[in-house]
Design a protein around this ligand. Sequence first.
Ligand code: F0G
Length: 463
Amino acid sequence: MSFRTIIEPFRIKTVEPIRQTTREERADALTAARFNVFRLQAEDVLIDLLTDSGTGAMSVHQWSGMMKGDESYAGGRSYAVFERAVRDVTGFAHVIPTHQGRAAEHILFSTVLEPGDVVPNNTHFDTTRANVQDRGGVALDLPIPEGRQAQSDHPFKGNMDVAALERALAERTSRVPLVMLTITNNSEGGQPVSLANVRAVREVCDRFGVPLFIDACRFAENAWFIRTREPGHEGRAPIEIARELFALADGCTMSAKKDGMSNIGGFLAMNDEALARRCRTRLVLTEGFPTYGGLAGYDLEAIAVGLHEALDEDYLRYRIRSIEYLGDKLLAAGIPIVTPTGGHAIYLDARRWLHHVPQREYPAWALSCVLYVEGGIRAAEIGSVMFGRQPDGSERPADLELVRLAFPRRVYTQSHVDYVAEVLIHLHAMVGRIRGVRMLDAPEVLRHFTATFAPVDRSLVVP
Ligand code: F0G
């Protein structure tokens, strides 16, 4: 007998209280934060869906691993445990620990990239793009066309456009030090990449003699999508799929704050020994000695355990289903979201939902503010505030105005998800009364973190 209900595959041993606030208290808190949810105090937030990065709950096995952390400066036992786990999952020969994903990106690009070089990727994540550009490189996004459409039924919207990659390489092979694939594709909605696409990208890379690196932050979620959506992989163990995926690449960058199930950490891994030696030289400058790389021994232990926990079938089934479950409820209520639902987040389509708010009044940003005031839920705008400012200082509306509800791993239960759905359905009834915001002040780069705003009509919602 098998039952249909998919449960959280854990029980709760330690709890962290969250605090109820009134709508009035939240309106005051948001006003004090100048209508930017990044500026709120976390204790004023009820359900925090700002990011799934570093915000997960660790298991008893991870905590007990941490007690065994060896804090030796060099040659610590915890490094050996970490190296063994990373090699077991990825198969890469050289494993370089870093304090988080962007440090791995920084070390890789500052080692291989010359000004004017081009890095093709399905879609660069912000920090990856920033690290390429920081070296004077060009970050070239080559998603398939479906990746750019908010609504589609393509099962692998994260795929790279292989023909476009071939053209890019034919034009300027000598300026491409590596090709990257981001799995899952966070910037296009947490959408997966198929094994067939990785294989096709690999073949093109081989033809032009260019190495392939994977941005592996959510590799386990991607493996689950391959198992459930790609013909021929049904029922396979996620770890086998992950190994097959990594075997198609020459190396990876990883933020262990996602599918490493850890609160901090990352790594850079590769097969090329000479490149690894050069990367380790840079590592010592900015992160630390090669057997700890900016982490404590106990962090290495937590990641070593977490990498395998992220591949657990019961966990992945629950993880991906909980996102889809919320998506199903919102679609049933007629709320526009990015479809199909991806791995770590639901993306609200604010342009379709708040079609009466012009893009210059930042509809997705306004929606993130109202979501907080009405329900105490914090989520991130991925729209014209994040992407609108051009390098020459001009303003251009983003292609999509999205609000990302990213779910920390093993933190919220089904009733939290039901609550989020209820708040959004409540917003659906008042959506026509939501007004936009204007930007008061913003720094030139990464402005969404600190920019300040005010409602255009003195109030976010017209009575
Ligand atoms: N690559 C991808 C695809 C990411 O999503 C992130 C982080 C990074 C690299 C950088 O890793 O944060 O450890 O330095 N994404 C987080 C997010 C911040 O909220 O999506 P990091």
